[in-house]
Design a protein around this ligand. Structure first.
Ligand SMILES: Nc1ncnc2c1ncn2[C@@H]1O[C@H](COP(=O)(O)OP(=O)(O)OP(=O)(O)O)[C@@H](O)[C@H]1O
Ligand SMILES: [Mg+2]
Length: 340
């Protein structure tokens, strides 16, 4: 009904541990880090998204920066609610004169507990969503990369975000088997911090470690097009004097080895549970890699070689889940896998 839709605005939200992406009418209208800055004295919100990220690690007593999600789920309910509200306010509205009613689809990790699901639903409702639907992230990732999820065919998706690696096999509009493991981008960043401390006696913050990961991150010790070493500055742990250390991609590959092996084991675990007919489809078509972690150099190659099935990094891996949630939103009455 046209009249109805005039008053209802529809939003698809990927509430990620690292980034929040909002789609409205097929367009990305918000794409910001999942972080807020809060005034410690008044409890008021000071900044949301990129502006809050710039304050992260640089605050004093009366400002606190909070990442409301950890390991894919809401860890700070109040901050999450303020963040969702703030992100929705960032949507450019044109000259809208009234506040329309909001229908929202939010993507959630496939391993979410009842309590975690409740937290997402409640905070979305408190932030203004009248009509809230939920979709599992791997389903959204599959939809967002153009997979026909309702076909009688097996498809495997691996989405490596900031908080979780979601591994799932999808067929006939449902998740056949899956695993959500809490090893992803944040753990990689942490591995790099630990490595720098032990190997180079240098203390670095989360942002610097993430910069190392993005600039010289690698999943393999040999790359065809290696990036140049990345120079890091920071205090020596013993002397507190400033030092400069060049970091190579091989060092990063070494520091990430154990975590990547855990993701590999997760993928193998899901493949073991996969019924043979679907397994055959997956071997033939390969596996779709999405999420920011898919951008780690050499990860697709490493997984392909270890598991002997081709892994492909999807187009625009950071937005696959949000786009898929957006597609689900448009078919809200036809998709059995949307939860209310
Ligand atoms: N080029 C890159 N190389 C390696 N890692 C990257 C790169 N670009 C982004 N990342 C990492 O990807 C992660 C963010 O990915 P994404 O936005 O998919 O996560 P998310 O959806 O917020 O998290 P989750 O789905 O786990 O809740 C961050 O940890 C970030 O450091
Ligand atoms: Mg994600």
């Amino acid at each position: 009904m046209k009249f109805f839709s005039f008053f209802t605005q529809e939003l698809a939200i990927d509430l990620g541990t690292a980034n929040t992406v909002i789609i409205h009418e097929d367009r990305i209208v918000v794409d910001e880090p999942s972080i807020v800055a809060i005034d410690q004295n008044t409890g008021k919100l000071i900044a949301v998204g990129e502006t809050a990220r710039q304050m992260h690690g640089k605050t004093h007593d009366s400002i606190k920066t909070i990442r409301p999600l950890r390991d894919g789920v809401i860890a700070d309910f109040n901050a999450a609610e303020q963040m969702i509200r703030g992100m929705i306010q960032k949507i450019p509205t044109g000259n809208r004169l009234f506040r329309p009613s909001l229908r929202i689809v939010v993507a959630i990790p496939s391993g979410s507990t009842e309590v975690e699901i409740r937290a997402v639903r409640d905070s979305s409702e408190h932030a203004g969503g009248q009509d809230v639907y939920l979709i599992y992230e791997p389903m959204a990732a599959a939809l967002g990369t153009g997979i026909d999820v309702e076909a009688p065919e097996g498809n495997m998706v691996v989405d490596i975000g900031g908080g979780t690696a979601e591994i799932a096999v999808i067929a006939l509009g449902g998740i056949v088997c899956n695993k959500s493991i809490r090893v992803a981008g944040d753990v990689f960043t942490n591995d790099i911090q630990t490595y720098m401390r032990h190997q180079h006696n240098i203390k670095i913050g989360e942002r610097t470690a993430e910069d190392i990961k993005i600039n010289v991150g690698s999943a393999v010790a040999e790359l065809a097009n290696p990036p140049k070493d990345y120079t890091v500055r920071g205090p020596n742990l013993m002397t507190a004097l400033p030092v400069e250390v060049p970091v190579s991609y091989q060092e990063v590959a070494y520091s990430l080895e154990r975590s990547i092996a855990k993701i590999e084991a997760g993928v193998l675990g899901v493949l073991e549970q996969t019924p043979p007919e679907l397994y055959a489809d997956i071997v033939q078509k390969g596996v779709n890699l999405s999420g920011g972690g898919a951008l780690l150099r050499g990860l697709d190659k490493r997984l392909s070689e270890k598991i002997n099935i081709p892994f492909h990094v999807v187009e625009d891996p950071l937005h696959a889940v949000a786009r898929g949630a957006g597609i689900a939103l448009k078919n809200i009455h036809n998709f059995p896998f949307l939860m209310r």
